[in-house]
Design a protein around this ligand. Sequence first.
Ligand code: ADP
Length: 320
Amino acid sequence: MMIIETDRLTKSYNGRGGCRGITLQVPEGCIFGLLGPNGAGKSTFVKMLAGLHRPDSGRASVLGLPLGRPEARRQLGYLPELFRFQDWLTPEEVLRFHGQLGGLRPQETHSQDFRLRIRDSLELVGLSDAAERRVGGFSKGMQQRLGLAAALLLDPKLVILDEPASALDPIGRYEIRSLLKRLQGRGVTVFLNTHLLEDVEELCDEAAFLYEGELLASGPLRELLSGTGDNWRFRVGGWLPETLSELNDSSGNALLRLIDSDESGNAHLSARVTDREQAGYLCSLFIRSGLTLYESGPEPNNLEAWFLQMVKSRQGGIPQ
Ligand code: ADP
């Protein structure tokens, strides 16, 4: 089942900006990454999904219901890009307040059940030890985790997170990533707005790419990346200066590039290959040529190549 489906969804601000004609499907249970540079229209798009912006035209359904339905909103957790909690509140008070924003009566948010729910949410995001502290003393990472706890408080089936990790240091980002994986393990669908390519590469099953308000591509990450080919790296021993031209003469269309080599004959090489079989062929070629193969594997930055290729196809040149 598709948990989000949009059909030519469009929203501009007095005829400018926003996003245009976005047709997208998000399968239930996946981690979906909406990528694009700043100003691409990502926040505008998710605000429409969360019911905060009314589209100018187009249609969409979230959790099988048309946009803006309260029944769908109740099953949806949303973490906006820029939020701040009142400094003087404790996490428990923040979450109680969010329970009320989610439609609970004040006395319900003081019930034993709800207290347990608050405790679970804080535990899920790793804030149990800070439950009694004031939010004003929290680091950015802790505030972001509290934002996530608020988005997860009412057990949503779908969470929409707008740049959840952009203000965080590497440890904070690592923590958010592992939390999102845990959520997926619990059956929650995660829709992630981000310009952090590593997050998408590591987390997402599917992705879409927005640029200047338009959708340039969407689908399973593997399929999106398959068109770009893979960069493969090799580390070999027994290298001689003439080896490169000998190898390239017999390697077909995979052009090997020497990254570096040293006097004892160790070398790093890189090649653009169409699939794993071609990388395997290169490995056998090294061995047949008398080299020692120490290591081989894909380079991790294929998404970056794809991203640049997308932008280039729109601009007619790689951005400087
Ligand atoms: P992203 O989330 O990808 O950075 P946004 O959806 O925030 O992109 O913005 C897309 C475009 O719409 C930008 O050109 C931005 O300036 C414009 N925009 C966004 N929000 C508003 C607004 N409230 N009023 C006017 N223009 C806006």
